[in-house]
Structures are given as structure tokens and as C-alpha cells.
Design a binder for this molecule. Structure first.
Ligand code: PAF
Length: 284
């Protein structure tokens, strides 16, 4: 495994591979790697000849008072996991490498509409921060494919849209959520949960599963009352839910009567951890 921390070396290595006719898969991360990240790498290895993972905690996607300063950094453990999974290149840029003009004067990528709903309502600059850093990474890595987890489903759709509208020649692949055995979606932020909160946390997925069953079993299910019921259930269990929302899977718009492919998305605080999850429902 090669480790590179600057853009010229990254571009050179990838150009060498491309010259040999090798296909490259890319997995961008903020580190603190779990099996969800490793499943993306594994799929990348199946699809391509060479794999690249970046580890970069991107300050501009964190709001004021969010967890940028305390975001878990586990570089040595991450490095070992990546090495044993057969990664070819680890990219670990510092701030100056990706933000040479500083973060305040930085040019931003904004994906309108999709960035202001759901999580975007509660984290106003978050998706512009994600879109900006992912664009920087994609145009430098020039991978054939890049892989993202569906736990951050809104992020995945935003990235698909920016890649399409900025004509970036990388295929974006969404991969299923990887869950703990009790159903909790794997996330670096699960590390913030106390032992008691950790026991409670799978309730978020159980709530989604029950809501999905309801939608599947009732023709013309009343989405608004299902959303309210889920919010109340989560509050009673000790969460502070931000939203539970039934949306059209393709673009996260409000579902119409003919939409069959739906997603239920949730964001809820448990102690100091902001947890997100989602589930797909296909109706008949
Ligand atoms: O999903 C993440 O870990 C981050 O949002 C990403 C895509 C690496 C951008 O910083």
C-alpha cells in the first residue's frame, strides 16, 4: 500500500496506472473506518484493478458547534485495516493541500434544492461543504468509479447530481447500508454513544422497519401520520428526532400517488450523537 499526502504525487501514480490500462476505484472517507467503509473498498476491488481511499476530515462540512474538533481520528488503526483489505493507495492530504486559498475564500460547489431539504434544513452549509470537497477529490483522483454508502442517502444523490451536472467522468456507485447485528447502521458517530444509549440506538431502525411495513400493507397509507407516529415513538424512547420523512427515492421529492419507490429517512439525536438512517419501500 502506497501512502501519498499531496496532489502531484497522487496524480502521477494514477496517471501511471491509467497508462498501463488499469481501472481505478475510489472511496472517499473521513477515517475512523468501520465495516461499512470496508464494504465499499471490497466492491471497488471487484470492479477495478487499483483502489484509492482518501482520509480527510473536511472542516467545511461541519457547522459551528458541531463535532469537527472531536471527530474520532484513528489513522494507525485505519491504515492497518486498509492494508489488510488489499488497498493500493491511501491519500491523506492536509488542510493546505485541499484548501490552498484558505477555507474562507474557497470556491464552493452548491447543489441547489437537494441540499436544503431534510438534513440540509438542520445543517445549512453541510452539503455545500461535502459537494466542494468531493468535487476536489474526484477531479484529482480521476477514478473510473467512486463508491459511497447509502446510509448518507441524501449525500449520495447530491454527489450523483454534481457529477452529472459538472460532467465529471467517474461512475458513482451507491452501496447498501451495513448494520450491526442488532440493526444499528454502522457510523463513525456511534462511538459517541454511552453503553446505555448504544442499547437504545437500534430502536431507530426498528421504527423505520415498522413504518415501512405499514406503508407496504396499506394502500394509500397516510404518510404524514406515519411520520408523526415515528417521531413520537422516537421521542418516547429518549431520542431527539429532527425529522422522519417519507420521500420518493429517485430525487427525495414529496411522493405522489403514482410513486412506487419510496424511502423513509430519519435523523435523530441520542445524547451527543446525531444518527441518520433510511429504509427503502417498494409499494404495489
Ligand atoms: O461520507 C463521508 O464520510 C464524507 O461526507 C465524505 C464523502 C468523505 C466527504 O467528506
Amino acid at each position: 500500500m502506497i501512502t501519498v499526502n499531496n496532489l502531484p504525487d497522487l496524480r502521477q501514480q494514477i496517471a501511471d496506472w491509467k497508462q498501463q490500462g488499469l481501472r481505478v476505484a475510489f472511496v472517499p472517507t473521513m477515517g475512523n473506518l468501520h465495516d461499512g467503509h470496508l464494504s465499499l473498498l471490497e466492491r471497488g476491488r471487484q470492479l477495478c484493478d487499483r483502489t484509492v481511499v482518501s482520509i480527510f476530515v473536511n472542516p467545511i462540512q461541519f457547522g459551528k458547534g458541531e463535532d469537527y474538533e472531536k471527530y474520532p481520528s484513528t489513522l494507525e488503526a485505519d491504515r492497518q485495516k486498509l492494508e489488510s483489505c488489499g488497498l493500493d493507495l491511501l491519500f491523506t492530504p492536509n488542510l493546505k493541500e485541499l484548501y490552498p486559498g484558505g477555507m474562507d475564500v474557497d470556491t464552493r460547489v452548491n447543489v441547489p434544492e437537494l441540499s436544503t431539504i431534510l438534513c440540509g434544513k438542520f445543517r445549512p452549509d453541510h452539503f455545500s461543504g461535502v459537494a466542494t470537497v468531493v468535487t476536489k477529490l474526484l477531479i484529482n483522483v480521476t477514478a473510473n468509479v467512486a463508491l459511497f454508502g447509502e446510509k448518507d442517502f441524501q449525500q449520495l444523490l447530491i454527489i450523483r447530481r454534481l457529477v452529472s451536472e459538472l460532467c465529471i467522468p467517474t461512475d458513482i456507485i451507491g452501496m447498501p447500508i451495513i448494520r450491526e447485528t442488532d440493526g444499528l447502521a454502522m457510523s463513525s458517530r456511534n462511538a459517541y454513544l454511552t453503553a446505555t444509549q448504544r442499547q437504545l440506538a437500534p430502536e431507530i431502525y426498528r421504527t423505520l422497519q415498522k413504518a415501512a411495513e405499514k406503508i407496504q400493507n396499506q394502500s394509500n397509507a397516510d404518510f404524514a401520520s406515519i411520520e408523526i407516529e415515528c417521531m413520537q415513538k422516537l421521542e418516547l424512547a429518549g431520542f431527539r428526532p429532527e425529522y422522519v420523512s417519507v420521500r420518493r427515492t429517485s430525487d427525495l421529492g414529496a411522493p405522489g400517488t403514482n410513486d412506487r419507490e419510496l424511502s423513509i429517512l430519519v435523523a435523530a439525536w441520542l445524547g451527543t450523537a446525531r444518527l441518520i438512517d433510511n429504509i427503502k419501500v417498494v409499494t404495489h
